[in-house]
Design a protein. Sequence first.
Length: 377
Amino acid sequence: MNNRPPEPVYPGLLSRIWARIWDALRPFDPYRSVKAALGALVIVSVTITTLLVFVAIRTSTELRIVTIFSIIATMLITQFVAHGLTSPLDEMKTVARAMANGDYSRRVQAVRRDELGDLAETFNHMAADLEAVDRHRKELVANVSHELRTPIAGLRAVLENVVDGVSEADPETMRTALRQTERLGRLVETLLDLSRLDNGVVPLRSRRFEVWPYLSGVLKEANMAAAARAHIGGPGARADVHLHLDVSPPELTAHADAERLHQVVANLIDNAVKHSPPHGRVTLRARRGTGGPDSLNLEVLDEGPGIPESERHRIFERFNRGGVSTPHGPGSDGGTGLGLAIARWAVDLHGGSIGVAESPRGCRIRVTLPGTPKAHG
């Protein structure tokens, strides 16, 4: 004979049933606003007092007894309602104190449907934003410390060898020192761009220019920089990747800040080259946009592994080094993870958009610039 107790009901079943009942009663919920809750409190208190007075009249009960019972009942109901109204505020106070001590992981249980529930949800969004900012700050310190330590250590070792007479100041030794110095320079330039990004207010010096010669100059600079890094053996040097420019029509013009647009194109080209296969091809394509006069559509296409759809919303975040697709080539590294974030910042300054477009092969980044604002009559 089996004397085991019956199996308990699955605990999640009751909670789901109650959640459905709660949702079904939502249109009749008197606590959809604080005003409704306070109004319900007044109505219930008056109703109880009236009923007690009516009972007293019918039963010849003394008025002071009725008054005492009315006060007790009203106080109990008021305490119950007040506890329900103030509990989110108490919880927010506790979470705020935890955040003041550096703990950004705690959240408020936003179960109410009134204004306090909305406030709790807003509070949770603020806590999530602060947690992200704190995480970015820690990542910034860690990444900058890592990026600075390597070239400084290499440069120090080279100089110490020259001073101690271990090696001579020959061209090869100087090229090694120059390589580390250039890496430091690139990092400092990136940090300056990040500082401008955080300050938020950067004036745009927009002008009208011809797209073909402008982009041709940007690609020529990229080729020269890649050849120089390959000559001195810098990290991530990729002189084997072919850069191709496709502008149609050839007389295409645009209206933008040339310096900021240079940041966008240079960062996108650099990222595409890093992720291209050996002897790959990177194409920079420019077309007329559908916005105002001199609007511009830019696309940078590579032949690399591409970006999974689940990762596309993260590639423009700071310090995202693209953990899914590893850069190709000897000595390649993920950089500081700020290049695409800076590109998005520069595009946002123009009021444009940047994102990952569908591509049958590799990765395609699309940039849309609005051009000259339309005049309103």
